[in-house]
Design a protein around this ligand. Sequence first.
Ligand code: ZN
Length: 136
Amino acid sequence: MLRKIEHIGIAVKDLAASNQIFEDILGVAPYKEESVESENVITSFFQVGDSKIELLQATHPDSAIAKFLEKNKEGIHHIAFDVEDIHAEIERLKSLGYVMIHEQPKPGADDKIIAFMHPKSSNSVLVELCQDRFKK
Ligand code: ZN
């Protein structure tokens, strides 16, 4: 079951500059910055009620964020939904014919396990499923 929008991921070129922009907009500072080595990104997270904004800056030209910014301007990159059971959601979506980028969940930022759907399945919207790595 999808429970809420966990976060919206935004691709940026300059994390420090974008942190200031979103701090101005949201009135709060990011509560964490985290490097995700496997994805070649650094991220920052802002709490907005029950949801979050995740800013992502590439640290390597091979990063998905670097590739996104070759084709697109800075902006919304993905929408992440909080799920109770990521394995069950992956199987449910696959059984409906949707294509997953990750058929097995993998560690993500902010203490999550994550899996992305292929955007060709979902109106070109990159959808991330994420589940808390540690049960709350
Ligand atoms: Zn994300």
